[in-house]
Design a protein around this ligand. Sequence first.
Ligand SMILES: NC(=O)C1=CN([C@@H]2O[C@H](COP(=O)(O)OP(=O)(O)OC[C@H]3O[C@@H](n4cnc5c(N)ncnc54)[C@H](OP(=O)(O)O)[C@@H]3O)[C@@H](O)[C@H]2O)C=CC1
Ligand SMILES: O=C(O)C1=N[C@H](C(=O)O)C[C@H](O)C1
Length: 273
Amino acid sequence: MIRVAVTGACGRMGSGIIRRILEEEDMELVAAIEAPGTPLSGRDIGEFTGRGMVGVEVTDASDLADTLADTEPDVLVDFTVAPAAVKTIKTSAEAGVNLVVGTTGFSEEEMQTVRDCIGRSGVRAVIAPNMAVGVNVFFKVLRDLAPILSDYDVEIIEAHHRHKKDAPSGTAVRALEVISEATNRRAEEVAVHGRSGLTGERSKEEIGVHAVRAGDIVGDHIVLFAGDGERLEIVHRAHSRDAFIGGVIRAIRFIEKAEPGRIMDMGDVLGIN
Ligand SMILES: NC(=O)C1=CN([C@@H]2O[C@H](COP(=O)(O)OP(=O)(O)OC[C@H]3O[C@@H](n4cnc5c(N)ncnc54)[C@H](OP(=O)(O)O)[C@@H]3O)[C@@H](O)[C@H]2O)C=CC1
Ligand SMILES: O=C(O)C1=N[C@H](C(=O)O)C[C@H](O)C1
């Protein structure tokens, strides 16, 4: 049995992940953790995931170290918000608990803290901005295509639901990094986020990144390679969060094979890096 703790347990992703874990024969949900001060503390997580009582109470993230000591998970799954995730990763790593993290929106400084915690503790970790299999194939396609179309203009467009807190999406940021690396550009130098005003003509080097927020869009990513007289569009659309949740389940099973102390991603889980 893989003993799993979930932070962000009542969120859109956390609750869906818990529903799936409860269905998997080789997994056991041992902890369901919500934000500090949560009024749901002590309530059965089954009340929020629509599966009836499951015998696991919601606990408060302020007590995370105690929760981990009491429940001894093999892996903690985090889908919350970047500053909270950094604290959770630190506490889990110090407790020797492996990590599957899908939270997005980390600053470079936060990411460095995360790398340091994982490196120091030697825990196993999969951290990926998008757990969907299709998106990770999309990254691979972009890596292959970008050098071939190196003189085409590249624009990245993402669309998500109105509740999303970070922009651009972690997936769009990763797409930017993949294309930049594959064409010997530095993402931070070439990214142009949205355009407004008298911007002047587009430079050859720049990569436009555009975030749409509307309704209940689950997650669309479009990369546009445009030249003279033609354009090629690479598109991924998530129809439901099941696409991400399926990837999370694969990452939980992979974690014992991950290299200790090094952050691995979904490309490693899928064996396509
Ligand atoms: N990698 C991937 O495949 C995917 C990644 N994501 C990312 O996952 C993250 C969460 O998305 P989503 O589920 O839609 O967001 P939600 O806002 O629905 O869920 C986040 C949950 O985390 C809770 N939370 C906040 N701080 C803590 C904490 N310190 N400890 C425990 N729980 C906490 C929130 O509580 P409260 O509301 O009270 O603050 C909320 O219930 C985002 O960063 C998103 O971009 C989303 C989909 C797929
Ligand atoms: O917040 C979301 O919903 C999603 N976030 C991830 C991201 O920022 O890339 C992945 C997915 O597109 C859904």
